[in-house]
Design a protein around this ligand. Structure first.
Ligand SMILES: [Zn+2]
Length: 165
């Protein structure tokens, strides 16, 4: 996001030269630089034997199931976000988290950090923000996720990682 006004004090921002980054919007009152950075978000494919954890969240895709995802919050590491989002949205505890690369979503200025993880323990108890959460056969996962292109790419990578045909 390109900032024009300081989100803290509301003043119109100056700019300041920040080495290789060039002219960066700057608030001298709050001594803050406002870089044009994307919002970091995680998405994770959770695997339990031959099943994968899928959610229904109509505000994201009306006719598709999706993987667990969420925004990185200030004060936590990206790895902590992955554990927290899976626990919050589904009640499931994961282990063996593995990074699978990133995807950039231009329309929302989101940098999506993609992961796979293994089920460790817990029963599904979904959060109110999730309509439905379930373990779905790996054979059906890609079909169930038809509108979710990024999600499907992550599932394909995950299937390759675990050697599933
Ligand atoms: Zn300010």
């Amino acid at each position: 996001m390109k900032y024009k006004y300081c989100p803290i004090c509301g003043r119109k921002l100056n700019t300041i030269n920040s080495w290789d980054e060039g002219e960066i919007p700057y608030c001298p009152i709050d001594n803050m630089l406002y870089f044009d950075t994307p919002t970091p978000c995680i998405i994770v494919a959770v695997i339990k034997d031959n099943e994968i954890l899928l959610l229904k969240q109509s505000y994201i895709f009306k006719n598709s199931k999706v993987l667990v995802s969420g925004y990185v919050t200030n004060g936590e590491t990206v790895e902590e976000t992955v554990f927290r989002e899976v626990k919050e949205e589904t009640g499931i505890v994961i282990e063996d988290v593995k990074y699978l690369g990133s995807e950039y979503l231009e329309s929302k200025e989101i940098i999506m950090l993609t992961f796979m993880a293994k089920y460790k323990e817990g029963k599904i108890s979904k959060s109110p923000e999730v309509e439905h959460a379930e373990w779905m056969s790996l054979d059906n996962a890609l079909y169930e996720m038809k509108e979710d292109e990024i999600g499907k790419r992550i599932v394909r990578k995950t299937l390759k990682e675990i050697g599933y045909n």
